[in-house]
Design a binder for this molecule. Structure first.
Ligand SMILES: [Zn+2]
Ligand SMILES: [Zn+2]
Length: 77
């Protein structure tokens, strides 16, 4: 149980992704553990499609950490 499931990896070890703002085309940097980020140019809010075990793992709280867990479970469905 000390091994964290793969679902938590992207949250535990943040990776940087570049997304394109659908509104103005500006490139937006978002880390894999960030819930959302707003475009610096136009303010458009982009949500991260976080790949994690939160939806299905019963240890998710431990996998990603209490604070992150709470943030991510507030995700709009
Ligand atoms: Zn924008
Ligand atoms: Zn997990």
């Amino acid at each position: 149980m000390l091994d964290h499931c793969p679902g938590a990896a992207s949250v535990r070890t943040p990776t940087l992704t570049i997304k394109k703002c659908p509104q103005c085309g500006e490139e937006i940097e978002i880390f894999s553990n960030e819930l959302k980020v707003s475009c610096e140019k136009c303010g458009f809010v982009i949500y991260n499609d976080i790949q994690s075990c939160i939806q299905w793992c019963k240890y998710a709280r431990e996998c990603v950490g209490e604070e992150v867990y709470r943030t991510l479970t507030e995700l709009p469905k």
